[in-house]
Design a protein around this ligand. Structure first.
Ligand code: BJ8
Length: 430
């Protein structure tokens, strides 16, 4: 992609009211970071990654113009921030779901007067993008759907509502209780009612079934890519798998099904031919913890430039995105289908729940399945739920002789050399 082609998007972004001066100053460097972190530091990448290179290298690819066109045709764009907001429902109402990112401290300048210092980087970043008006995805949204998964987010919605319409879904805390499921179903129904008003469309059994099938298909393709990572040597790096997941949050699901399945085909072919991105026997790392929103590639980059490879992520930008699935999509009524939706989403094991024992089981299982040599717990500073679980789980896993280290960090680059030293020591130890 040439620079002149890139600048073609500018008039449209200006039309959207984007603060272009700030955008250029802050996000204009993203393609360079991408080139340095992805392109220059990696060898032997799958050819199918060309699609993701285009999406990130060109700052969003063609998605923004697609969204603009859809809006001109009367469709609504719905912004979300958490896996617990079911995409299936948004798409079934003929709207478009866009997972909004908050993976950089570039946007913090816009939220620093609105939030305390000691709040997680993801919230600072996401709020900054919305308030600062530097992200075209935010500008496209008609409404933002928040949730009550953590205290910081709960309060952030109250701040954000002065800038954009926000609707908050109340997610349960103790999901093992039967009342929690009932409550979650009631909240999903309330979301449907709200979105029916916003979109002017009515949810039907046929449409919901169709989007449940489509989104499940997308998750199946992502799962195939992760399956391929179980091989030694893995045919794809952790960084490339991460970017595939990050883009899945906001790209068109049909295109994702096509592109991710092409990538999975290529990876399966590479496995048959014995092609890997590292040498056989390279130390294999499982990362577990808080999500890594685009363009947060920090930990993967440090690990993969220290002689190891990331083989899986127990995160919402990793296995939690696609691991739980509908057993079968059948039902004669909307209530039947929403029951399946609730079960599928409540099966995601986020640290926002208490108790959350299943997450530790997931981690142990992933460690075995991916033949990992060690686990790195990754927690964004001030995320208490993940921080506490990292301490609890580290003790449990060490009892079983599993090498574990915990990292608490944010989006700044200041601690990178210190982290590199710690990670290299950990890799030597395992
Ligand atoms: S399902 S992980 S996307 S809540 S914002 S909890 S890092 S302090 S993101 Fe999450 Fe949904 Fe759970 Fe996944 Fe901590 Fe920060 Fe809160 Fe965060």
């Amino acid at each position: 992609m040439t620079q002149s082609e890139k600048t073609n998007w500018r008039p449209m972004w200006e039309d959207l009211g984007i603060d272009m001066e700030k955008h250029d100053q802050l996000l204009g460097v993203l393609p360079d970071i991408f080139k340095e972190v992805y392109i220059d530091s990696q060898k032997n990448r799958p050819e199918a990654m060309g699609f993701w290179d285009f999406v990130v290298g060109d700052l969003h690819g063609i998605r923004i113009s697609e969204l603009k066109k859809a809006k001109e045709e009367g469709k609504k764009v719905i912004g979300t921030f958490c896996l617990y907001v079911p995409d299936e429902i948004i798409f079934a109402l003929d709207a478009i779901s866009v997972g909004l990112c908050g993976g950089t401290n570039f946007s913090n300048y816009a939220s620093e007067d609105l939030l305390p210092n000691n709040i997680c980087a993801l919230i600072k970043s996401a709020l900054g993008f919305g308030v600062g008006n530097i992200c075209p995805y935010y500008s496209m949204t008609d409404i933002l759907i928040g949730e009550t998964t953590c205290d910081g987010k709960k309060k952030a919605w109250e701040v954000l509502k002065d800038y954009k319409p926000v609707y908050v879904m109340e997610t349960p805390q103790c999901k093992s209780r039967p009342e929690a499921r009932e409550h979650f179903i009631a909240e999903i129904k309330a979301l449907v009612t709200k979105l029916e008003i916003v979109t002017g469309n009515k949810l039907t059994v046929e449409k919901l079934k169709a989007t449940m099938e489509k989104i499940a298909k997308k998750r199946t393709q992502m799962c195939r890519v992760y399956e391929a990572r179980k091989t030694d040597p893995p045919p794809i790096s952790g960084k490339d798998a991460l970017i595939m997941s990050q883009v899945a949050f906001y790209d068109d699901p049909d295109r994702e099904i096509e592109m991710v399945s092409k990538l999975a085909d290529e990876l399966e072919d590479r496995i048959n031919k014995g092609i890997g991105v590292v040498n056989k026997g390279t130390k294999r790392i499982l990362i577990s913890g808080t999500p890594m929103a685009i363009p947060n590639w920090k930990l993967h980059h440090i690990i993969e430039t220290s002689g190891a490879v990331v083989v899986t992520e127990e995160t919402c930008t990793g296995t939690r995105y696609f691991d739980s699935e509908f057993p079968e999509i059948k039902g004669e009524s909307i209530d039947d289908l929403l029951g399946l939706v609730a079960n599928r989403y409540l099966d995601i094991n986020c640290a926002c729940f208490t108790p959350n024992d299943k997450r530790l089981k997931d981690i142990k299982q992933l460690f075995k399945e991916y033949n990992a040599d060690g686990i790195i717990f990754y927690t964004l500073s001030f995320c208490q739920t993940y921080d506490i679980e990292a301490i609890m789980f580290e003790k449990e896993l060490k009892k079983e002789g599993i090498p574990v280290m915990s990292i608490t960090t944010d989006y700044s680059s200041e601690d990178e050399s210190q982290l590199k030293t710690r990670i290299q020591a950990f890799l030597e130890m395992i």
